[in-house]
Design a protein around this ligand. Structure first.
Ligand code: TXA
Ligand code: MG
Length: 363
């Protein structure tokens, strides 16, 4: 199948392209589109046959439910059976925005779309192209991130095309996404609202509105099953093995420089995914193309925005292993560390506890 990529600079000035895309969705085809978090792979959320194409294009396990994207508040009532007080408060405070609410599902949503769960994830994105597309389609759009299952989520149309070209008729190109990590998923049915996946709306922001918020135990402990089915899979993984190092930022430059030198001496081609400060230091001894700077130390907004491009970068670069610099788990740092944790298969190491001699065994 030929995949068209159409640049959308201003959806209101490009009505014809948006209408055509909405028509494709209504006809049961797939359209990839930008949101403020990551690119989504969309289908008519009321059409189980169309949604089956999403699972096929991504290679996604069929028990992993899709979230439904709406264009306005009224559409939420088509997909959710009930919107409780907690959900209303969050809608008022953060929507449209980088949030997905888990609500009881309405009878109109086919069971296959929600993996037979009685709940549905509802997301009202604030990206202008996404909202124009959903409005033009006139139906809620089911959309997971537009990557092949297990791969990093795309934050540009090019990254989307790398996974989806040849499989879908259309990609709407809205440029780089603003947030860079996926939406925060909040289960509103629990007595205390619970974060199932940390994302663009932070735990601190939610707590300010609700008072109390919990983290799903599955996010904190390896032995607890996560409540969002998709969180149990290895995810966001680059092809080369990745290890994450955490610790005081002022110690990072020396640490990475030391490890890079050791690996270089041992004939290993290391890739470094780190802050600009660390990247500048290791470029003194490593070829520049093996170093990806994800942003300035402590600038979590910038780091979140560049994270997935960084994870994908090393797939086109001959490296044996990747060393990544971790961040503190406050604000957006919780979402960033959750993704790095998954990308590394849990190999997150405190530099204070790291034994230098064991590097080749550990890495
Ligand atoms: O930012 C985002 O949320 C992006 C953009 C495209 O909107 N979408 C996205 O979708 O990340 P996806 O499918 O890649 O991740 C959705 C997650 C999965 O882990 C899935 O298991 C979980 O949401 N989920 C969906 N419906 C659920 C439900 N009813 N209960 C619990 N978890 C659910
Ligand atoms: Mg995903």
């Amino acid at each position: 199948m030929q995949t068209r990529i159409v640049k959308i600079n201003d959806p209101s000035a490009q009505r014809e392209e948006i209408e055509k895309a909405g028509e494709l969705i209504r006809r049961g085809e797939l359209v990839a589109f930008p949101t403020e978090t990551v690119y989504g792979l969309g289908a008519n959320g009321f059409d189980a046959t169309a949604c089956a194409k999403i699972y096929a294009a991504k290679g996604r396990p069929s028990d992993n439910p899709l979230i439904l994207h709406v264009a306005d508040r009224a559409m939420i009532d088509l997909v959710a059976a009930e919107v409780n007080d907690t959900a209303e408060k969050l809608l008022t405070a953060f929507c449209p925005g980088a949030l997905t609410l888990i609500l009881p599902k309405s009878g109109r949503v086919p069971p296959k779309v929600t993996g037979n769960l009685s709940t549905v994830g509802v997301r009202w994105p604030d990206n202008a192209v996404a909202r124009a597309l959903i409005a033009a389609a006139g139906v809620p759009i089911a959309a997971p991130s537009a990557n092949i299952s297990g791969r990093p989520s795309p934050t540009t149309a090019d990254m989307t095309a790398a996974d989806m070209a040849g499989k879908i008729p259309l990609i709407l190109d809205g440029g780089n996404t603003r947030v860079g990590v996926e939406s925060t998923i909040v289960d509103c049915s629990a007595r205390v609202a619970t974060i199932l996946r940390p994302g663009g709306i932070t735990r601190e922001m939610l707590a300010e509105i609700l008072g109390e918020v919990r983290l799903d135990p599955g996010l904190e402990r390896a032995d607890a099953a996560p409540k969002a089915p998709g969180m149990k899979y290895r995810h966001y993984a680059p092809k080369a093995p990745l290890t994450v190092f955490c610790g005081k930022s002022e110690r990072m430059e020396d640490f990475f420089l030391g490890q890079a030198q050791k690996l270089q001496n041992a004939g290993k081609r290391a890739g470094i995914l780190a802050s600009r400060e660390v990247a500048d230091a290791v470029r003194r001894i490593l070829p520049s193309e093996r170093v990806f700077a994800y942003g300035t130390q402590g600038n979590l907004t910038e780091i979140a925005r560049n994270l997935y491009a960084g994870l994908c970068y090393f797939d086109n670069c001959a490296v044996d292993l990747i060393l990544a610099e971790g961040v503190t788990e406050t604000n957006l740092g919780l979402a960033i560390m959750n993704r790095l944790q998954k990308a590394s298969g849990g190999r997150v190491i405190e530099i204070g506890e790291f034994k230098n001699d064991s590097i080749s065994q550990t890495l």
